[in-house]
Ligand binder design. Structure first.
Ligand code: C2E
Ligand code: CA
Ligand code: CA
Length: 946
């Protein structure tokens, strides 16, 4: 009897445990599965929204193509067929889903004979026709006709010319809609002659009004309408193109169906894509489980495009319950198993303790004590075993990859991976165990990622990092990686345990969002957010390449006025137009962003800090200034521009933007329609440049140029042996202008040719005079610029000058730069040989600053090298410059060339040059460049160098 009661008691307590266990499991299961459902549904919503948005935006764009044509037609007035063809051809090429553009014209019956006669001039057998029973025949008499007047491309559409559309029901309906709304309107998808059988097309049309202006109300519109422009779109291809160009076709799990019409049903279906649409097969045993969960199945969004309702249905295939609910199902299973085991264990325990109790009553107190101890021991051991088993199960069934690594340096070989590791990475345990975890790294994996893991392992501490690894199939595997040391009883680290959470899909979604978030929806330019990114990149590049960068702030003048008077829509169109023009006005590598409103920012990298060239800014202003026609108005917009320069005006993006903004405001204050630099000095420089350019043109005629001469001293004798002629500009207002300020400009404008010719002749005349005055065989050097060098008749014109002035050719030295000769070596050698044959001397100026190859140097028929001033300047303070100078001298000796050092200012420099065997020097130490009279005095005094 007692045994029966004991058994009942044990069973009861076991059942209770089971009940509690199951309740807890259910609770956790429900909570987790809800979380999973939310996650799956959120993911689906996002993907659905992205697709719907893409389709809608793409369709709106397609309709806009028609507006462009319509606008053209209205603006030109009545274009010829050729004009229409020229205008539409590039559009047809660019938008392949547009099968044709057509112009329909209203022809009153009275005008029919004249119209037909006129058109027969172009198309001999032209007449107004209709389609009857699939055959084209002469149109019966009607009060008016709506005739296909132009159609492009003509080939394939020839028969449509002359067709009267006024009887076409769908077309008339769309026309009414367009007249009522004042906007483009489309038909429902219909079968069209232009399309292959089975294909369906849309006609999107927009009326053209007399005078090109759209009246405000429907009656007036009807009265002044003279016809319409129409685009024939292949619907299915159109939608496919839109999705494809957004890269959304690659994912064919998601189903997309697009309908046009009042209702979304089989008859209005124009496009479908994706596996989700194939009949969803689900294994039977899964179906039962599926009932437990709620799955996202589809969304439907509707919107209006050109007066027709479009529906986009996004669906997702019924997925295996396991893929979404892996975690919660595991919890459910594990919970039930644990509860059952627990209950059974408890029952056994209870029965045993009853038995023990009975024994206790029979045995002595001592024995009772021993027994109790024994029983405790067993329980403890069993519990420990079960604990281990449970942990093992947990690891095995974890949804995340768990890896156990040996703490053995340097490889930390993998000892264990759980099944999830295989699912996530594609590698089986056999492939992973024994290897270094870094095998997951791809070639271009972020190498720093694992490096930090390595450091943490070496320091035996925990670490968490996001890594980009690669799946066995080569695809990217983004993961959140945790690692922690495992210690043995003595506290020594024997292993590491790592968990790897797959976050690839999250990353992919982030990237998708980022793309969507990087563009300004109105203009398609990059937006404020993306600008910061581009700017940081550009600043980084500029810093590395030691180049300047301009940040240009463009603000339209009086934009608010347009917006207020012509309305927001006009304002939007204006902004789009300006955005397109700004983009076209700059180089590919420049960035153009819209900050918001009518503010734009442009990043112009690779600016030359030394010569301020503002032509790029002028191009931007010109682009905005071209007339814009908008809703029948012709607008003349201007803009104000502010420029901040990196690094002068700021070294970080924020400062540059702020300073460009300030500069722009200064532009507004100084009467709009101009540009301003943030740094006042740059403003002056920009102004000066514009002014110099204007004045340079007349400087020769006004005799404002003169030459200064700098003595060249022979180091062996200490005597003046030659001179370098250097040009000066005596500007009536600016005073003496240095060549550094205008030679570049003269080269750009081509003025260098007459100026250079003047220099050459003047220098030769002067030198010959000195020779005749008895100053020995003094020579003169003349600098030659690229433009002159590439001049066709260079050799003959120099020969003429020598003949005219009587200067012996050997007394003239031409100074050329390395870059001038290195651009086209073969060509240069030809010219140099021609010059050499004349008997003049040739030298390479600024040697060491450009790029010359020794091999070429040997082939150039030159006489001397001039070591650039910058090396000479630092000879005594910079070991590198000293070494370069010494090696140039020895190189020159080797090639049997004379060496001239320019810019010698100190005795130390002179000593060094003399020591290394330099032949001649030129520099302030002996004399700066001086006017001819002063130079003559030096000669007269027979000044020498100590
Ligand atoms: P460059 O051919 O390298 O001329 C030498 C420059 O160094 C001259 O500057 C001269 O005044 C300066 N200089 C000479 N000795 C010293 C010195 O000890 N210390 C320092 N700091 N400078 C010294 P400049 O006259 O201002 O001419 C600048 C550049 O303009 C010339 O450089 C040359 O490239 C160009 N240039 C001058 N005249 C003409 C010309 O008639 N035709 C062409 N194509 N270019 C010219
Ligand atoms: Ca020179
Ligand atoms: Ca030089």
């Amino acid at each position: 009897m007692r045994r029966v009661i004991d058994k009942l008691g044990a069973t009861l307590s076991a059942s209770l445990t089971l009940l509690v266990g199951l309740c807890a499991t259910t609770l956790v299961f429900v909570a987790t599965s809800h979380l999973e459902e939310d996650a799956a549904s959120l993911d689906f919503q996002r993907r659905a929204a992205l697709r719907t948005f893409t389709v809608q935006r793409g369709l709106e764009e397609a309709v806009q193509v028609l507006s462009v044509i319509n606008h053209f037609y209205a603006t030109v007035g009545d274009p010829t067929r050729e004009q229409f063809r020229d205008f539409t051809q590039p559009l047809l090429e660019h938008y392949p889903y547009v099968r044709a553009f057509a112009v329909h014209r209203f022809v009153a019956d009275d005008d029919r004979p004249v119209f037909e006669a006129l058109r027969q001039g172009l198309t001999p057998d032209f007449q107004i026709t209709v389609l009857a029973d699939g055959k084209q025949e002469r149109a019966p008499q009607r009060p008016f006709y709506l005739v296909v007047d132009y159609i492009e491309p003509v080939s394939g559409n020839q028969s449509a010319l002359g067709l009267d559309m006024s009887g076409n029901q769908a077309f008339r309906q769309a026309l009414e809609t367009a007249l009522a709304s004042g906007r483009p309107a489309s038909t429902l998808p219909i079968r069209l002659v232009q399309l292959a059988p089975g294909e369906r097309g849309l006609l999107v049309l927009q009326p053209v009004y007399r005078g090109g202006v759209q009246p405000d109300n429907i009656e007036e519109r009807r009265a002044v309408m003279i016809g319409d422009t129409t685009a024939v779109l292949q619907v299915t291809e159109l939608v496919r193109k839109i999705l494809d160009s957004a890269g959304l076709l690659a994912d064919d799990e998601i189903g997309v169906r697009v309908f046009v019409g009042p209702k979304a049903d089989e008859t209005s279906l124009v496009y479908h894509h994706g596996r989700a649409l194939e009949t969803g097969y689900q294994p039977l045993h899964m179906a039962a489980l599926g009932a437990l969960f709620h799955q996202p199945s589809g969304t439907m969004a509707s919107f209006d495009i050109a007066g027709q309702t479009w529906h986009v249905e996004i669906s997702i295939p019924p997925r295996s319950v396991f893929s979404d609910h892996y975690g919660s199902l595991l919890i459910l299973l594990a919970g039930i198993v644990c509860s059952l085991l627990g209950a059974a264990y408890l029952r056994a325990l209870a029965l045993r303790s009853n038995r023990v109790q009975r024994l206790v009553e029979e045995k002595t107190a001592e024995l009772r004590h021993t027994n109790a101890l024994l029983s405790d021991d067993i329980r403890a051991r069993r519990l420990a075993e079960r604990g281990l088993q449970l942990r093992q199960q947990a690891i095995e069934s974890s949804a995340n990859a768990i890896i156990i690594l040996s703490a053995q340096e340097p490889d930390y070989p993998i000892e264990y991976v759980n099944p999830a590791f295989g699912r996530i990475t594609g590698y089986s345990p056999a492939e992973a165990v024994g290897r270094n975890i870094r095998f997951l790294e791809g070639r271009d994996s972020d190498p720093e990622g694992f490096e930090t893991v390595w450091i943490a392992m070496r320091e035996k501490r925990e670490h968490n990092v996001v890594l980009r690894n690669y799946h066995k199939d080569g695809s990217e595997l983004w993961n959140d990686f945790y690692i922690a040391p495992v210690k043995d009883d003595n506290g020594a680290v024997t292993h590491f345990v790592a968990a790897l959470y797959d976050i690839t899909s999250m990353k992919r979604y982030e990237a998708e969002l980022e793309f969507q978030a990087s563009r300004d929806t109105l203009t398609g330019l990059i937006n404020r957010h993306m600008l910061r990114y581009h700017l940081d990149q550009a600043i980084g590049n500029a810093e590395r390449q030691k180049q300047a960068l301009w940040l240009v702030f463009v603000d339209l003048d009086r934009f608010k006025f347009v917006n207020d008077t012509l309305g927001h829509k006009a304002g939007d169109t204006l902004l789009r137009t300006v955005a397109g023009r700004l983009r076209a006005a700059v180089r590919e590598a420049d960035s153009v962003a819209r900050l918001g409103g009518d503010e734009f920012i442009m990043i112009l990298p690779e600016q030359d800090e030394l010569t301020l060239d503002t032509r790029s800014l002028q191009r931007i202003m010109d682009a905005v200034a071209a007339p814009i026609s908008l809703g029948g108005h012709t607008l003349f917009m201007t803009c104000s521009i502010g420029v901040a320069c990196y690094p002068g005006d700021g070294t970080d993006g924020e400062t540059l933007i702020k300073h460009a903004d300030i500069a722009m405001y200064r532009g507004k204050q100084t009467g709009r329609n101009n540009f301003q630099f943030y740094t006042p000095a740059m403003n002056e420089q920009a102004l000066e440049r514009l002014r110099i350019e204007a004045d340079l043109r007349s400087a020769l005629d006004h005799h404002e140029f003169l030459l200064h001469y700098q003595p060249k001293v022979d180091l062996a004798s200490g005597r003046v042996v030659g001179s370098e002629a250097l040009i000066r500009w005596q500007h009536p207002q600016l005073g003496m202008v240095s060549p550094a300020r205008f030679i570049g400009l003269a080269e750009e404008t081509g003025l260098i040719l007459p100026i250079g010719a003047w220099v050459l002749r003047t220098a030769c005349v002067q030198c010959r005079r000195w020779q005749l005055d008895g100053y020995g065989d003094i020579s003169v050097s003349v600098n030659l610029s690229v433009g002159q060098f590439l001049q066709k008749d260079l050799v003959t014109s120099i020969a003429d000058v020598l003949a005219d002035t009587g200067l012996p050719p050997a007394s003239l030295e031409l100074e050329l730069t390395e870059s001038l000769m290195m651009t086209d070596v073969e060509h240069a050698i030809g010219i140099l040989n021609g010059l050499k044959e004349l008997g003049v001397r040739l030298s390479i100026d600024d040697f060491g600053t450009g790029y010359s190859s020794l091999a070429y140097l040997k082939r150039f028929p030159i006489d001397a090298l001039k070591i650039d001033r910058s090396f000479v300047r630092d000879i005594t303070i910079d070991a590198d410059d000293a070494a370069i100078t010494a090696s140039i001298i020895s190189l020159a000796r080797h090639l049997k060339l004379r060496v001239i050092a320019e810019g010698v200012e100190t005795d130390e420099q002179l000593d060094y040059l003399r020591h290394y065997g330099c032949d001649e020097i030129q520099g302030y130490l002996f004399s700066p460049p001086v006017p001819a009279e002063k130079f003559e005095q030096i000669l007269k005094q027979e000044r020498t160098m100590a």
